[in-house]
Design a protein around this ligand. Structure first.
Ligand SMILES: Nc1nc2c(ncn2[C@@H]2O[C@H](COP(=O)(O)OP(=O)(O)OP(=O)(O)O)[C@@H](O)[C@H]2O)c(=O)[nH]1
Ligand SMILES: [Mg+2]
Length: 236
């Protein structure tokens, strides 16, 4: 494959029921992109990605040995990516590959260094999503907190669809291995004066595989951990 312009980073933990559809969707929308499947699970995700390489030359399955969480997997993807521009995309198909061009657009045009997909901005479509009141309220609360730390309005800190330049992500240099990296990278980008844009995206409920956040108490705990780590990132 020729040097790609765009690398799509897809962190996976036990996504054997989603990975094929995810690869097909991303390759349909961005046929020239490099698609990194960064697998930290124990199921057939890696084998499925490998078996699709014949039909999709952009696919590169990577075993994230000693996987420590989504942040760790995305960092592994950043180190392995060949393109100057990257996007992260969740494998669970809650976000839509059709939104990747809109999220990548401002970065590709040089208008910003980091784009955040947002489920809570005018223009975002959540009609295929069964609202989970506490999850949504928590995400909004967290985004308000991150806005204070970033010194600018962020409507959705934790959407699984974001894009950045290689140079920006090198400067951001996020450290968290788990979910907190999503908020940490925004706080660090703002601290470094990088240009951040938000783009409304569609959002749907998971239809296959299992969310890593099934228990309400664990979700509250995760929110508190993200807040504490983002606060630390602001002052580190
Ligand atoms: N490598 C790796 N990937 C992970 C890990 N946890 C989650 N992922 C992947 O990150 C993406 C988002 O994970 P989800 O479980 O959907 O988390 P979420 O979207 O915050 O939670 P829900 O909204 O409940 O779906 C999916 O592609 C997961 O497979 C992990 O520990 N390691
Ligand atoms: Mg999800």
């Amino acid at each position: 494959m020729a040097q790609p312009d765009i690398s799509i980073l897809i962190a996976c933990r036990n996504e054997e029921d989603n990975v094929e559809r995810c690869i097909r969707e991303v390759a349909r929308v961005l046929p020239q992109a490099e698609i990194l499947i960064i697998d930290g699970g124990t199921d057939r995700t890696f084998a499925i990605a490998e078996s699709l390489q014949g039909g999709f030359p952009g696919v590169r399955p990577i075993r994230n040995t000693g996987d420590r969480g989504k942040g760790h997997a995305i960092r592994t993807g950043i180190s392995a990516a060949s393109a100057p521009i990257m996007a992260q995309f969740d494998c669970d198909l809650q976000f839509f590959a059709d939104d990747l061009p809109a999220v990548l657009g401002p970065v590709l045009r040089g208008e910003c260094d980091l784009t955040l997909g947002s489920r809570f901005r005018a223009g975002s479509d959540r009609s295929a999503y069964q609202p989970l009141f506490f999850r949504d309220a928590g995400n909004r609360l967290l985004s308000g907190f991150i806005s204070l730390l970033a010194g600018r309005r962020i409507t959705d800190a934790t959407a699984g669809i974001k894009a950045w330049t290689r140079d920006a992500i090198r400067q951001i240099d996020f450290r968290d291995d788990r979910y907190s990296y999503e908020a940490e990278l925004i706080v660090r980008a703002a601290k470094r004066g990088l240009r951040i844009a938000e783009v409304p995206v569609r959002y749907a409920s998971r239809t296959a595989g299992a969310s890593m956040h099934r228990n309400t108490w664990k979700v509250i705990q995760a929110g508190l951990v993200i807040m504490a780590k983002s606060l630390a990132a602001r002052f580190r």
